[in-house]
Ligand binder design. Structure first.
Ligand SMILES: CC(C)(COP(=O)(O)OP(=O)(O)OC[C@H]1O[C@@H](n2cnc3c(N)ncnc32)[C@H](O)[C@@H]1OP(=O)(O)O)[C@@H](O)C(=O)NCCC(=O)NCCS
Length: 145
């Protein structure tokens, strides 16, 4: 379960892809497609949330994460989903680099959103995140697929 936008969501719900080699799981990407908030009723406009992108520790830095992300985008594009969004956190410099190099644009900063989640629905979120950076804010990114 992952907390974002003030609620807990199941990152393994919806659809996804896995990367594997020799029967070993290297990583996965998951997404959920929903009706676009700015769509007209009945127009079928959809938007996909990338919920999880994760690569097994020893396999990181070898292109698996980027390959999974691009593969998910390709599946969504072929399904006619025009846009994606995702949430990451202020400490996740690797993810911010990966997403932006893949064409994702920063679209929203929710300053203090992680502090708020820690105070409310997910007290176990650590105070300090990756690279020793205080874990405080949500960053949202979007991409036209
Ligand atoms: C984020 C994550 C999925 C990246 O997967 P990965 O397979 O290691 O990434 P890739 O090898 O495909 O690298 C893609 C880009 O990410 C960036 N990157 C990857 N590893 C990095 C590192 N150690 N330091 C800085 N940037 C890095 C680089 O920009 C890289 O592009 P480049 O190869 O042209 O330099 C992986 O680190 C992970 O599972 N992290 C924990 C879960 C997580 O934070 N997921 C994202 C949640 S929003």
């Amino acid at each position: 379960m992952q907390a974002r936008r003030g609620e807990l969501v199941d990152v393994l719900a919806g659809d996804g892809l896995v990367s594997e080699a020799g029967g070993e799981l290297l990583g996965l990407v998951t997404w959920v497609v929903a009706a676009a908030a700015n769509g007209e009723p009945g127009d079928g406009a959809a938007i996909a949330e990338i919920r999880a992108l994760a690569v097994a520790g020893p396999m990181r830095g070898r292109g698996v994460g980027r390959a999974l992300l691009l593969a998910a985008e390709d599946v969504l594009r072929r399904a006619g989903v025009p846009e994606g969004w995702l949430v990451t956190t202020n400490d996740n410099l690797v993810a911010l680099e990966l997403y932006q190099k893949a064409g994702w644009r920063l679209s929203e900063l929710r300053a203090g959103a992680i502090d708020q989640l820690r105070r409310s629905i997910k007290p176990g979120i650590p105070a300090v995140g990756q690279h020793g950076i205080p874990l405080r804010d949500e960053l949202e990114l979007t991409k036209e697929l």
